[in-house]
Design a protein around this ligand. Structure first.
Ligand SMILES: *Cc1c(COP(=O)(O)O)cnc(C)c1O
Length: 401
């Protein structure tokens, strides 16, 4: 029996004319927009529960190994139908981002340092061998989506539109290998302040046996696989009356992160200025945008910018260094520990009130109004920059409809 290939090349021999096709990258200029037939009612801001209400539309682009990235779509929000053998279901090939759009005083939506989210998403995608994409083009699609959904952004202090760009592997095979099919999509949900009734200190249970990340692992990437193993310890912490887990690592019980936020501690120096410590980006820490922004703002005070409420003579010395539980307890015992706080896009800044560690409990200094002094200064300054009320280094990027 002879088998003829349709292009005339005999099986097993090289085709006479090699067709080297360049795979398509994401091209935002080609986006096809299909509007929803009816629009959902936007719930009153006070009824919003984080992550439960989604807007009318989503961005979607699919990748296949023959054509590369297809035509981007903005289409009605809705279910995705996938083969049950898809890589995402079997091997959890998924990376995502978390970013927010805010309404500025001019009524325009704004994003906060979005190019950093795009860079991080490229790195996360590469770590799990999903197809690469042009991050600038993805950002253009996100801007188009946000402009279309701008009626969903509550025009209130502390409110925003949470944006969740996601990439999943959709190779329909259970063979254990990289997925050469993918879907890139972006969904959005309107969100109120993390602490609806005003900031309140969070409690942390230090967990060292079940670890969030480890050297050489994937802790520095925003991958779905990093969160799944945290759900059980998180349940145990909640049963013991704690809000979040404080993730420890190593024999020295050093602190990596808490919940899904970066960790900071403020220590009073002998010269009455403050040291602001956060763990270094050693591969086990998610490189948060809020973390980077907090380090910049703190180091800039009072020379290049002055943070609200803090004395103009106060210096904040920032340090990226290992912090052990022993450090934490000894700073506390000597009376030098002034604040512990957590940072991330969702809550922006949250003060820590209590840390449980084995049979010991550390009670952080009491603070007025649920935020410590440095935490409050950073929270107010960051949200003012995000909401376009204070300009700082071009961090807030307006979206022109
Ligand atoms: C997203 C995330 C953060 C915070 O990052 P931001 O860019 O500031 O939102 C911190 N830790 C973990 C584990 C995260 O997933």
């Amino acid at each position: 029996m002879t088998v003829k290939a349709t292009n005339g090349a005999a099986l097993g021999s090289a085709p006479t004319q090699a067709v080297v096709q360049k795979l398509q990258d994401v091209d935002a200029s080609k986006v096809v927009v299909t509007l929803a037939e009816s629009l959902k009612p936007v719930p009153p801001p006070e009824e919003l529960v984080f992550g439960q209400t989604f807007t009318d539309h989503m961005v979607m682009v699919t990748y296949d190994p023959v054509n590369g990235w297809g035509t981007p779509e903005i289409k009605p929000y809705g279910p995705i139908s996938l083969d049950p053998a898809s890589s995402i279901f079997q091997y959890s090939t998924s990376a995502f981002e978390g970013m927010k759009a805010y309404v500025g005083p001019d009524g325009k939506p704004r994003l906060f340092r979005p190019e950093l989210n795009m860079l991080r998403m490229k790195r996360s995608t590469a770590r799990i061998a999903l197809p690469a994409f042009d991050a600038d083009e993805l950002l253009k699609l996100i801007k188009k989506l946000v402009a279309l959904e701008s009626r969903w952004i509550p025009n209130l202090k502390g409110h925003s539109l949470y944006i969740r760009p996601t990439i999943i592997g959709t190779r329909p095979s259970i063979g254990v290998r990289a997925s050469d099919h993918a879907i890139l999509y972006v969904i959005c949900c309107p969100t109120g302040p993390y602490f609806r009734t005003g900031p309140k200190p969070v409690s942390l249970l230090a967990v060292g046996e079940q670890v969030r990340s480890w050297p050489g692992g994937t802790g520095e990437f925003k991958l779905s696989i990093n969160y799944t193993p945290t759900f059980h310890p998180q349940q145990l912490a909640a049963e013991k009356g704690y809000d979040q887990c404080l993730w420890l690592l190593g024999e020295d019980s050093h602190i990596t992160e808490a919940g899904a936020m970066n960790f900071f501690v403020v220590v009073k120096r002998d010269d009455d200025h403050l040291d602001v410590y956060t763990p270094p980006l050693d591969g086990t820490i998610l490189p948060g945008l809020t973390r980077a922004s907090v380090l910049t703002l703190a180091a800039a005070h009072p020379g290049q910018t002055t943070l609200p409420y803090l004395p103009h003579t106060l210096k904040l010395h920032t340090h990226e260094r290992l912090i052990t539980m022993t450090d934490l307890f000894s700073w506390h015992a000597s009376g030098h520990l002034t604040e512990i706080f957590l940072v991330g896009t969702a809550a922006v800044v949250a003060t820590v009130g209590r840390v449980g560690f084995g049979d010991k409990v550390l009670e952080a200094p009491k603070c007025e109004g649920g935020l410590g002094p440095v935490a409050r200064a950073l929270y107010d300054r960051l949200t003012d920059i995000q909401e376009g009320k204070v300009e700082f280094q071009g961090w807030s990027v307006p979206i022109d409809a």
